[in-house]
Design a protein around this ligand. Structure first.
Ligand SMILES: [Zn+2]
Length: 150
């Protein structure tokens, strides 16, 4: 996904961030740096890659050069998260899913969409399918040993 947007991907050891994208103002070259630890966290890696793709696709790398205010930066982060959410968990994927969503259905969605349990529960809430508190209660009530959210 990232190379098709013209970005080079670099794996690196980042202290706190999962990843970031930078455009060289001179050459226009785009690089995406991903945290090495995400190699063992596929769901988080997918979300981070989709988030960074959002920054590229929505032209954030250029607007960041003209408006570096905290409010604008925050807006770009929010928009990139929305982009990633809709790319990885499109509303159509939830057609026919209705509350109460049990653990088996949530597990199927987590596997099929390649997202984390937390991201799935947030999306269910956002789509008005099931509030996150209810999803958490379902998981707590039915979790067997070693079968909980990662
Ligand atoms: Zn970002």
């Amino acid at each position: 996904m990232l190379p098709s947007l013209g970005a080079r991907v670099f794996w690196t050891d980042l202290a706190t961030e999962d990843g970031f994208t930078h455009r060289d103002p001179g050459s226009g070259t785009i690089g995406v740096w991903l945290n090495l630890r995400l190699r063992s966290q596929p769901a988080r890696l997918r979300f981070t890659a989709a988030h960074e793709a959002g920054h590229i696709a929505m032209g954030h790398l250029t607007t960041a050069e003209t408006d570096a205010s905290p409010e604008a930066a925050q807006g770009r982060e929010r928009d990139a998260n929305v982009f990633a959410t809709e790319l990885l968990m499109p509303a159509e994927a939830f057609r026919g899913v209705a509350a109460p969503v049990d653990r088996r259905v949530m597990g199927d969605l987590v596997r099929r969409l390649g997202v984390s349990w937390d991201a799935l529960m947030n999306r269910l809430d956002q789509l008005g399918v099931q509030e996150k508190d209810q999803s958490l209660a379902v998981l707590r009530g039915r979790m067997g040993a070693g079968s909980g959210p990662q």
